[in-house]
Each structure stands twice: as structure tokens, then as C-alpha cells.
Design a protein around this ligand. Structure first.
Ligand SMILES: Nc1ncnc2c1ncn2[C@@H]1O[C@H](COP(=O)(O)OP(=O)(O)OP(=O)(O)O)[C@@H](O)[C@H]1O
Ligand SMILES: [Zn+2]
Length: 681
């Protein structure tokens, strides 16, 4: 009989099946930890990752239950490293998910389907991926003193918070850091919020690193590309990985640097499965692998800012724009002074129209931001009061004029616009409020002859369309660009001298405690798109139409004073006992009825009361979620709060496993999940 070994294997078992640790299998081959294998699970054969050798005792425990055999494995794939497994193990524990779920989700799906022969072919392809062509020596701009100081600061290792104004040249700092990392024979991981928003970035990296191999990892790749790029990273053949949040779990044997650009961006927090924060995992990963971590932003998250103030992160400041360009003058347009008639019929105040007109005359570009796509957020009947509600959600259906549809932005339901009011037959149903489509129309009417373009999720659905639209903006073929917040992020527009935000007030009064922080970041970033070219920066402006010009948030914006905003907001958070002074988890439940969802949460909180050690954790009563019903499913949530992060972690580790069993007693509950460090509540 051949020799046999016992191994622990992490297999994919969703959290809700309550299988969260690795399972024990017998193997005829001594699979090292980190090997990718196929194992039987129930009646299926599933992919798993060997987590380590299992002690002999595991066989005895399973006595009676015959241990099953590892089916096969990828002998040709170097095992996933100890550091990688430690990162995954941390993520699974911290975010309360199954180990196998997190581990397997981090692998490219194509990998699971391969046998050794197919793998060998894919490896050859990955190894022969082209390098950035050798051109002339890339031209390096001389660094500004601030850039140089930032670069030197990172040398001390650990985590650095690069707080650099919009247009201060953070990307150049990243490029130099990457160059040093490669020179030291190590790999660099550069994370960005949304890669398709920054096609320029890939070009800048390619131009800078001839002879190197750069791969991208994001959800826009084909499965085959994703596998190839992942293999190149894992085998150490790629020097630079540019990716979105999912790339934080890419195995990199020689990792030396992790950059998280726009570290405040909400898209770093996953909204499904293990709801991890890629930024927070990057920080943890840096420690595990002795890699420098750089978090960059003009508007850092208050968490990162707080850590920097307390000395946990090194703060590196670059307040000055490149070339001495000035930040735009922020002008608040008090909508209380706009005649009511004007405000009712147009989204554009006279002051804004005048500003747009004079930019046009000078041949400069303007950016007009409105965070609502479609033509109007709702249709209504002035006779009977009917409104275009969604039949499946607690939300309105948005009027899209282009194809005359009413679309729900939550469940996706779409119908033709009715000819007449469905309730009273009135033929004159009207749009209420405005979205980007209607704004585009109003701008065209108000600025005859202007070349107006709109960029939002509707105009960029097709692959390549965003790139095409952006390049026509860069080429100066557009005078006024209308769009949603996707325009505010990261773009290096050279000809824009005016940015306008139309109605940002709603966030000032949101029940979500982070709404103000998000709004401030968005407006600062938006302002950052104006006047980036020093030659035109002097007269550059940001206009904000508001009914609350005296609000401190707008006053801080006017002064470009992130630090003042942060200080005031942190003070409020401390008084209210909110992050970063407290730590939160949100338990969400979905059911056919709101009662069933809340009943389950209530039972869960009763279960918490019975735990021996609650460790200072507070559970709040269940409440309906902000949008209570989506696609005919009712959603409720319950907030869990604790002053200490470790105490919250200990509590969750005791409490959450028991909730799986509780679910079985509540048949009406469709889904539930714990969101640790939730972003929106
Ligand atoms: N040392 C330098 N000398 C000359 N030009 C530079 C230098 N550093 C950066 N630049 C240029 O300045 C511009 C702004 O830099 P960059 O896009 O890196 O800013 P940023 O800090 O990332 O801004 P944002 O936060 O708004 O995205 C770019 O066009 C870049 O090429
Ligand atoms: Zn809907």
C-alpha cells in the first residue's frame, strides 16, 4: 500500500453552510501547504487549497467517518505562500466569513477548471507575455521638493499617508517608489478605485517602465486574461500589478510596495461576499510581507487621517500643485437669492450661466456635475398626484427620455413610459426634478453653439466608450462636459477651468454619518479637476449651488481646508461615539416581509444577550434599511458597536457562528450577512 498523508484543505463552503474552517482529507501525495487541489465534498468534486498537514489525531476524530481522498491537484503550480495564506486567514476571521470562501474567491475562476497539462500551457502563455517595449530612456521630470520629501519619508517603511493636493503630483511619487522597488528586485502592487476611469494611468506606467512586465487585475478582464495576469504575478514574472480592490489578494512572491491611490474611495470596500476593505487589507499585508504601504489622497478617509495624527501612519504632505498652479476659487451660489421662477424652471442659476458663457468665450472647458442620471428622477401626474414608483422596490422609477423608459435603478425593472397617467388617464404626465439627461438638454438650450457632452453610467455602457469620450475631452473637442461623480475622480483634465456642482445639499442632512465626509471628498476632488494647467489656473473656479452657503462643510471647501474639515468632523464623531472612535458591524437580513427580517435580527440580539462575555458591545434595535424593499425583498439591519476593535472581534467570533443555526429556525429569512466596518449605514 502506498504511503498516505493527512492534510487540511480549505474548500469553498459559503458562510451560511457553517463550514468555516478547513476540512481533513487523506492524500497519497504529500501536498505542501498552499497547493491547489480537487477534493470530494458531498457528491461534488470541488477546488480547495491545502492549508497544512493535519495531525494524526484528526484521523482519530474522524474515526467512523472514513476520511476521503484528495482527488487530484496542480503539481505544476507553485504553492501559495505562507504570507498569502496568513492574509486570507486574517481576512476570513476579521470579516466573519468562511476561510475557503475567501481563499477560493481570491483565485481566478479559470484556475479551478485546469489540470496539470492545461496549466502548463497557461503558464507558458503567461511567461511569454510581452514586456513593455524598450524605447528611449523615459524622461523623468525633476521632482519638486515636496515630492522628494515624500519619497524620502516612505523609505522609513511602515504605512505612509500621502496627503497631496489634487494636481500635486502624487502619481509621480508612486512612479518613483515603484522604480525603487523594482530596482531592489521586488514587485509593486498599485491599487486604484476604478481602473477604467484612469486609462491614463496604465499609459503612464508603461511609458515609465520599458523592459518590465506590467499586468492589470480588475473585473473588466476576460477570464483567460485574468488567469494569465494572475499567473504572471504569482510566479513573480510580472513586476507591477495595477488593479482594483480584488487585486489586494494577488499572490506576489517578491512584494515590496503597495500603493493605494485615492485611499478614501468607497469602492475599496467590497459590497458582497466577504465585505472586506482592500485598503485595510493592504495595510495588514504590508506588515506581513515587510512591504512599504502608501495610502494616497487629497482627501484621506477620516480613519487614515486619525491614524496619521496618532502616529500609526507617517503623514507626508504635498500641499502645493505642480508648476505653481493655483487651486480654483470656490464660489458658493446662494440659491435663496435666485428668483423662485428661475429656480423652478432651470437647474442653472444666472451666475452659473454667466460663468459658463465666459469660459466658452475664452475657449476653456467646463465641467458640470449632477449626481443623478436619467432625465428626471420621477414622473408625476399633476392632476391626481400619481408618481412613477417601482412595483418591486421602495424607490421611484427614473425617467430616461432617450428611450422613453421608466427604469428602477435598484432592481433594474424597466418599462415603456405610459401614454397617460395609469391612475386617472390624464395625458399630461410630467417629469419632476432633473437628472443629467435633462441637464444636458437645458445646457444646450442655454448655450447655443456650445459642444456639450455627457458622461455617466448610461453613456459609458459599451466597452471603450468612456475612453473615447474622455479622449475627445482631452483633445478639446468638448466645451461643456456634463456628468455624474465619475467625472470628479482622478482625471488629469488640462483644459478645464470651471467646475460646477449643482445640488449637493442633500448629503448635508443624510442619516448616514459618513455622508458629509463623502460629500466633502467628492467636492474637493471635483474642484481638483479645474485649473490643473498652471497657465490657466489663475482664473479657475468651482461653483457650488446651495441653499446652505453658511454650512461649515462649504466654508472648509472654500478655504480648501481639509484639515479643518477633518478636525471638526472628528470632534463630532468623538462626541457621538462613532468611527474612528468606535467600531461598528452591521448585521443585515433579507426576508419576504419586514417583520420576518426584523424578527430574525431580534432573535440574533437575544442570542447575544445569552453570551457569557459581551465585552462592552452595544446592539441597537433592528430597523428597516435605507431602501427597505428591493426586488420584492424586505431588508432590515441592526448595528453593533464597541469602543474597542479587539473586543468587537472577540464578540463577533463568539456570536456569529451561532447565527447559522438560528437561521434554520427562521424559515422566512432569505439571506443574512455581517458587514464589519460598514461604510454606509
Ligand atoms: N515633478 C514634476 N514636474 C513636472 N510635472 C509634474 C511633476 N510631477 C507631476 N507632474 C505633472 O503634474 C500633473 C499632475 O500630477 P498628478 O496627476 O500626479 O497629480 P495627482 O496628485 O495625482 O492629482 P489628483 O489627486 O488630482 O489625481 C501631471 O500632468 C504630471 O505629469
Ligand atoms: Zn425596483
Amino acid at each position: 500500500m502506498s504511503e498516505s498523508y493527512l492534510v487540511h484543505v480549505a474548500v469553498e463552503a459559503p458562510q451560511h453552510s457553517a463550514l468555516s474552517g478547513p476540512l481533513t482529507y487523506r492524500a497519497t501525495h504529500p501536498w505542501p501547504a498552499g497547493s491547489v487541489v480537487q477534493v470530494p465534498l458531498g457528491r461534488r468534486v470541488v477546488c480547495g487549497i491545502v492549508w497544512g498537514a493535519a495531525p494524526e489525531a484528526a484521523a482519530e476524530e474522524g474515526a467512523g467517518l472514513a476520511l476521503r481522498d484528495v482527488h487530484s491537484g496542480l503539481a505544476g503550480l507553485p504553492p501559495l505562500s505562507d504570507a498569502w495564506r496568513a492574509l486570507v486567514q486574517f481576512a476570513a476571521g476579521y470579516y466573519q466569513r468562511g476561510l475557503g470562501e475567501v481563499a477560493l474567491a481570491a483565485l481566478p475562476p479559470e484556475l479551478r477548471k485546469l489540470d496539470d497539462k492545461q496549466l502548463a500551457l497557461r503558464l507558458r502563455r503567461a511567461q511569454s507575455m510581452s514586456l513593455v517595449p524598450q524605447g528611449g530612456e523615459p524622461e523623468l521630470p525633476p521632482l519638486t521638493p515636496e515630492q522628494q520629501a515624500a519619497l524620502d519619508g516612505v523609505d522609513h517603511g511602515g504605512v505612509s499617508l500621502l496627503h497631496g493636493s489634487t494636481g500635486s503630483g502624487k502619481t509621480e511619487v508612486y512612479l518613483r517608489l515603484v522604480a525603487r522597488t523594482l530596482a531592489a528586485g521586488r514587485q509593486a502592487l498599485v491599487l486604484v478605485p476604478e481602473i477604467n476611469l484612469t486609462p491614463q494611468l496604465e499609459e503612464r506606467f508603461s511609458a515609465r517602465f520599458p523592459g518590465r512586465r506590467i499586468v492589470s487585475l480588475h473585473s473588466g478582464l476576460t477570464p483567460a486574461q485574468r488567469l494569465k495576469h494572475w499567473l504572471a504575478a504569482h510566479l513573480g514574472w510580472a513586476d507591477i500589478v495595477l488593479g482594483t480592490r480584488m487585486a489586494v489578494l494577488t499572490p506576489l512572491p517578491r512584494l515590496g510596495l503597495v500603493v493605494v491611490d485615492e485611499e478614501h474611495d468607497p469602492s475599496y470596500k467590497s459590497q458582497e461576499g466577504a465585505r472586506y476593505s482592500a485598503r485595510d487589507l493592504a495595510v495588514y499585508r504590508g506588515k506581513l510581507e515587510q512591504a512599504a504601504v502608501v495610502l494616497g489622497s487629497a482627501t484621506p478617509s477620516l480613519e487614515s487621517w486619525y491614524h496619521a495624527q496618532r502616529g500609526r501612519y507617517r503623514r507626508l504632505a504635498m500641499p502645493t500643485r505642480i508648476g505653481g498652479a493655483a487651486l480654483p476659487t470656490v464660489r458658493l451660489i446662494d440659491m435663496n437669492h435666485v428668483p423662485r421662477e428661475v429656480a423652478r424652471t432651470s437647474a442653472l442659476s444666472p451666475a452659473l450661466l454667466a460663468a459658463l458663457g465666459s469660459r466658452l468665450e475664452r475657449g476653456e472647458q467646463a465641467l458640470v456635475l449632477l449626481n443623478r442620471r436619467g432625465y428626471a428622477p420621477v414622473l408625476h401626474c399633476p392632476d391626481c398626484g400619481w408618481k412613477s414608483g417601482c412595483a418591486h422596490c421602495s424607490a421611484w422609477r427614473v425617467f430616461h427620455r432617450i428611450d422613453r423608459t421608466l427604469r428602477c435603478h435598484h432592481c433594474g425593472a424597466c418599462e415603456r413610459v405610459p401614454r397617460a397617467c395609469p391612475d386617472c388617464g390624464n395625458l399630461d404626465i410630467q417629469p419632476l426634478g432633473r437628472g443629467t439627461e435633462r441637464l444636458e438638454e437645458q445646457l444646450a438650450a442655454a448655450l447655443p453653439g456650445a459642444r456639450i457632452a455627457r458622461i455617466d453610467a448610461d453613456t459609458t455602457r459599451h466597452k471603450g466608450s468612456l475612453e473615447a469620450q474622455l479622449s475627445s475631452v482631452h483633445a478639446g473637442e468638448v466645451d461643456v462636459l456634463v456628468g455624474t461623480q465619475m467625472l470628479a475622480k482622478g482625471h488629469d483634465f488640462r483644459r478645464v477651468t470651471l467646475v460646477a456642482a449643482l445640488n449637493p445639499d442633500a448629503a448635508l442632512f443624510s442619516s448616514d454619518f459618513r455622508a458629509g465626509e463623502r460629500l466633502f471628498a467628492l467636492l474637493m476632488q471635483a474642484a481638483g479637476r479645474a485649473g490643473r494647467e498652471a497657465a490657466h489656473s489663475a482664473g479657475s473656479e468651482m461653483l457650488v449651488q446651495t441653499w446652505h452657503p453658511a454650512h461649515p462643510l462649504y466654508q472648509a471647501l472654500r478655504a480648501h481646508d481639509y484639515a479643518a474639515f477633518a478636525a471638526r468632523t472628528l470632534e463630532e464623531r468623538e462626541m457621538a461615539g462613532l468611527p474612528p472612535y468606535a467600531h461598528l458591524a452591521l448585521v443585515r437580513a433579507e426576508a419576504r416581509t419586514q417583520e420576518a427580517a426584523q424578527a430574525w435580527l431580534l432573535a440574533a440580539s437575544e442570542q447575544a444577550e445569552r453570551l457569557p462575555e459581551k465585552g462592552g458591545v452595544t446592539l441597537y434595535p433592528p430597523v428597516p434599511s435605507a431602501i427597505a424593499r428591493v426586488a420584492d425583498v424586505e431588508r432590515a439591519q441592526m448595528l453593533v458597536e464597541c469602543e474597542s476593535r479587539p473586543a468587537l472581534q472577540r464578540f463577533l467570533a463568539q456570536w456569529v457562528p451561532g447565527l447559522h443555526a438560528l437561521r434554520a429556525e427562521h424559515k422566512g429569512v432569505l439571506r443574512w450577512a455581517v458587514d464589519v466596518d460598514p461604510l454606509a449605514i
